[in-house]
Design a protein around this ligand. Structure first.
Ligand SMILES: [Zn+2]
Length: 237
């Protein structure tokens, strides 16, 4: 596992303080495990001031959460994850400078965060709150099946979509993960967390099969320099 925060045996590093924003507590449980795996160590969880349930609400409350974290907390970063559902998957073409796909949720979330934070003055000893965005195509349950069900992957989904179809429905994904379309909260938490822990042991398959996860992992790895600088500032050696 690659570590974004190399451990210094002389000085235990300060844990990064992160907020998670997902469509449900189940998604947030899995995100937390995956985030720790990418960063290579545990983080301290900062609770955002608002909670989202489902896609439009994540986009709607993101600006308020970004401002709250910036001014009212000492959060280092915010990790956001949403399901693509039937919207446009994020592709390499969307990464072009100043490009923005209006029907891609990752592009929408990145833009919303940028708009909400670009004019904020530095606060609490840092310039800005870092952000990472993931897009589960078409839903987080596909990530939970990754490596177990060979038909499930972002490439398959995109190819079928271009033909006007779908290799599986979100309902089928839920059935395969939970054994029911309407899992109880404890069952959903257990299955999602177990899947995330399986990926945490080796992230390569998930990164390879799900570019919407690879993008989130890349964001998180890109934080290492900023986090290391903050650590130095907080605790000059
Ligand atoms: Zn995009």
């Amino acid at each position: 596992m690659r570590s974004a925060l190399p451990a210094d045996p002389q000085r235990p590093s300060r844990r990064p303080r992160l907020a998670l924003l997902g469509e449900s507590v189940v998604d947030e449980a899995a995100m937390g495990i995956l985030t720790e795996a990418v960063l290579g160590g545990p983080f301290e969880r900062v609770q955002p001031n608002l909670r989202a349930r489902g896609w439009p609400s994540v986009l709607q409350i993101l600006p308020a959460i970004a401002r709250h974290l910036h001014f009212q907390t000492d959060a280092d970063g915010l990790v956001v994850l949403v399901d693509a559902d039937d919207s446009e998957p994020h592709t390499a073409a969307h990464e072009a400078p100043s490009y923005f796909h209006p029907r891609c949720r990752m592009c929408q979330l990145r833009a919303a965060f940028r708009r909400a934070t670009k004019t904020l003055p530095p606060a609490r000893g840092r310039e800005r709150v870092l952000r990472a965005v993931g897009l589960a195509v078409p839903a987080a349950e596909a990530w939970y099946l990754c490596g177990l069900d060979e038909t499930v992957g972002e490439e398959n989904w995109v190819a079928a979509r271009q033909e006007g179809g779908a290799p599986y429905t979100r309902r089928e994904l839920k059935l395969r993960v939970y054994g029911t379309e309407r899992p109880t909260l404890p069952l959903a938490l257990e299955r999602a967390s177990a899947a995330a822990r399986r990926h945490a042991r080796d992230l390569r398959r998930l990164e390879n099969d799900f570019p919407g996860f690879a993008a989130m992992a890349e964001d998180l790895r890109g934080w290492s320099r900023s986090l290391a600088l903050r650590e130095q500032a907080a605790d000059p050696a």
